[in-house]
Design a protein around this ligand. Sequence first.
Ligand code: MG
Ligand code: ZN
Length: 194
Amino acid sequence: MRSPAVFLDRDGTINEEMGYINHPERFIILPKVVEAIKFLKAHKFKVVVVTNQAGVARGYFPEGLIERIHKLLQAHLKSKGTCLDAIYYCPHHPNALVPEYRKDCPCRKPRPGLVYKAVKDLNLDLDRSYVVGDRFTDIELAHNLGIKGVLVLTGYGKGELEYIAPKHPLRPHFIAKDLYEAACWIVKDAHSDR
Ligand SMILES: [Mg+2]
Ligand SMILES: [Zn+2]
């Protein structure tokens, strides 16, 4: 049977929002993220990160830094007895400074390209999957995929709720104080649904 997945945003959802993460020292994992990932995996969800990293296109840091940070992240999770099933990123931007990354990319969230790639690579059950993120672009991604989206109040979340939500046509299916609370809601929701 195909597994459902939880598609996690990266910056502001699993690590502290600090603008562009242009150095490994700026990658600081938020509290209870490890527990949240473990909880989701214990309940048979694949856990997959989908992240826009346009800092590459803007010439702020090389693509290799993203790979380096993701290796560090996986090593940290492994030392705690868990891991992410996959990490996908879009390094492009339509107005990029760096020509080879200048692209109106179908992977750039809220477009669904990264998730579709994950669904194919990992043979996921998209209809039973969820998106979690700290911005309304993540909620738009969920909407574009036809699945449920959870807004976390870490990262940009509180500001998005206060200033973006009132004028935005979409609503998150749930608003969670952090990823752990999001994970608990998702597991409950998945069971109540069927
Ligand atoms: Mg974010
Ligand atoms: Zn891209």
